[in-house]
Design a protein around this ligand. Structure first.
Ligand code: 5AD
Ligand code: SF4
Length: 474
């Protein structure tokens, strides 16, 4: 492995080229199959980084000559990209993978691959090895770039393959990609995480922080803008750490400023910002860059300084509130969202209610809320956790009630306003067939036909509920 990595943990171009040759070899094998080229079925769980990873895997599958299907029983190859962030996500995947035994019984040539964060954990790989024998290949996020080589081994040696070495992680440029929409695109700016929040499994499964070179990020954004993409979301577990590991350090705000110079009719969003590293420079840069959406996802996790310390978050309630004040000073209309965990080990009712009071104080536009889920191997999983699930649920429901009321009130204040939105897809609801997003990322349901998809239009907001706005085209 080590000789495949060039400077700054970069996979050498020759190595990426070698992977392309494996794609070409697999394509040849596929073309020789009696049933014709196989179809691939991919399923993705978890965060946007996983969605972006799956788009790379699909790019490689396409280079291998595969088409795509939505039906696992029609597929010749199945790739399940998994999430490890909470136990529920893992349970769901084991259920789905268990069911695939029937697809394998129908088609013994079927190749089943499990990848992503869950697959990176040794306990999971061992369970798959012993109890899910119909799975042919398991590989973690760090091994994604060598998917073609691993798959070639399964094709030719007919042996089960497990690639979950505990690697620091590297950067692979130039992997092929299949983007599912011509409107929105994901661009990773960095990988991994160094923060080790005490509840979180991510640093253990996605390796250490590593930033892509600015020139690579800029080239990708430029090509997307030229291809007419309207919304480009920059991804990283903590984008505010961007650049710290580069030979010529550059911070995330400077990167945004460079991106902003790229011409085109597009908006840039990003996630996720860690409050300890986000500050005035970032907020002022966002305010000044016309391509950058005035939208900030700033996960607070808890409103109690004691719990924040136990979570190893690196800020207090007061310091967080000061960041929010600074963001609003720079961008008075900024749309703010956050992640919250209720029921961290040892959290008391009074501390959970401090979180409720914090959301009342900040008045977020929307929240992603979770009940704490112990992740084996993390420090929090070893902490005493005496509060029952039922009691945590009561606190959680209080949080949701408060947030639903706040979101409803904030949404109602949009009614009567005219806003520019990007029509981004069909909603599946015949009464309101189109979905669109404001510059701040709020969902607006619209009437109209599919020809509007991919266009920025002005709409008048005519109604609202807790989760969304309703508008009419002008
Ligand atoms: N339990 C519950 N929620 C978690 N998150 C991360 N780890 C856990 C866990 N063990 C939440 C955090 C994070 C979001 C992506 O998932 O709020 O910001
Ligand atoms: Fe997990 Fe914390 Fe890293 Fe986010 S910043 S991925 S919550 S360890």
């Amino acid at each position: 492995m080590s000789d495949a990595i060039g400077t700054a943990n970069r996979i050498a171009a020759e190595e990426i080229e070698r992977q392309k040759q494996f794609c070409a070899e697999i394509r040849k094998l596929n073309e020789g199959r009696p049933g014709g080229l196989p179809l691939a079925y991919t399923q993705t769980y978890g965060c946007q980084q996983n969605v972006a990873d799956s788009q790379r895997l699909m790019g490689m599958l396409q280079d291998m000559g595969c088409g795509f299907t939505q039906d696992p029983f029609e597929a010749g190859i199945i790739v399940i990209n998994t999430c490890a962030i909470r136990e529920n996500a893992e349970k769901k995947v084991f259920g789905v993978v268990g069911q695939l035994v029937h697809a394998k019984e129908k088609n013994p040539d079927l190749i089943i691959c499990l990848c992503g964060c869950m697959a990176q954990q040794e306990v999971v790989a061992a369970k798959i090895k012993n109890s899910y024998r119909h799975v042919d290949m398991v590989f973690g996020p760090q091994a994604l770039w060598k998917f073609p080589e691993l798959l070639y081994g399964v094709y030719t040696d007919h042996k089960r393959t497990f690639s979950i070495a505990d690697e620091h992680g590297a950067i692979a440029e130039g992997l092929p990609v299949v983007r599912e929409s011509g409107v929105k695109a994901w661009v990773s700016v960095m990988y991994g995480c160094n923060n080790f929040c005490s509840y979180c499994i991510v640093p253990y499964v996605r390796g250490r922080e590593r930033s892509r070179e600015p020139s690579d990020v800029l080239a990708e954004v430029r090509s997307l803008a030229e291809a007419g993409y309207r919304e480009i979301t920059l991804l990283g577990q903590n984008v505010n750490s961007y650049g710290k590991d580069l030979d010529e350090p550059m911070d995330f705000a400077d990167l945004l400023r460079e991106i902003d110079k790229i011409p085109g009719d597009y908006l840039v969003r990003f996630m996720t910002s860690h409050p300890k590293d986000a500050g005035r420079k970032l907020f002022e840069t966002m305010a000044e860059c016309s391509h950058v959406a005035k939208q900030l996802h700033l996960p607070v996790q808890s409103g109690s300084s004691r719990v924040l310390k136990a979570m190893n978050r690196g800020y207090t309630r007061e310091q967080y509130l000061e960041k929010v004040r600074m963001a609003r000073e720079a961008m008075p209309e900024v749309v703010l969202t956050s992640d919250i965990i209720i029921g961290f080990p040892g959290e008391t009712e009074a501390e959970a209610m401090e979180t409720v009071s914090l959301i009342e104080e900040v008045r977020y536009d929307a929240l992603f809320t979770f009940i704490y889920s112990p992740r084996p191997g993390t420090p929090a999983a070893k902490m005493p956790d005496p509060v029952s699930r039922g009691e945590k649920q009561v606190w959680f429901d209080r949080l949701l009630d408060a947030q639903n009321r706040i979101s409803g009130e904030l949404h109602r204040a949009y009614v009567g306003r005219t806003l520019r939105v990007l029509v981004d897809g069909e909603s599946g609801d015949s009464a309101w067939p189109l979905s669109s997003r404001t510059a701040g990322g709020r969902l607006v349901h619209l009437q109209g036909d599919g020809s509007l998809i991919g266009r920025y239009i002005d709409v008048r907001i005519t109604g609202s509920n807790t989760w969304a706005l309703f508008g009419e085209t002008l």
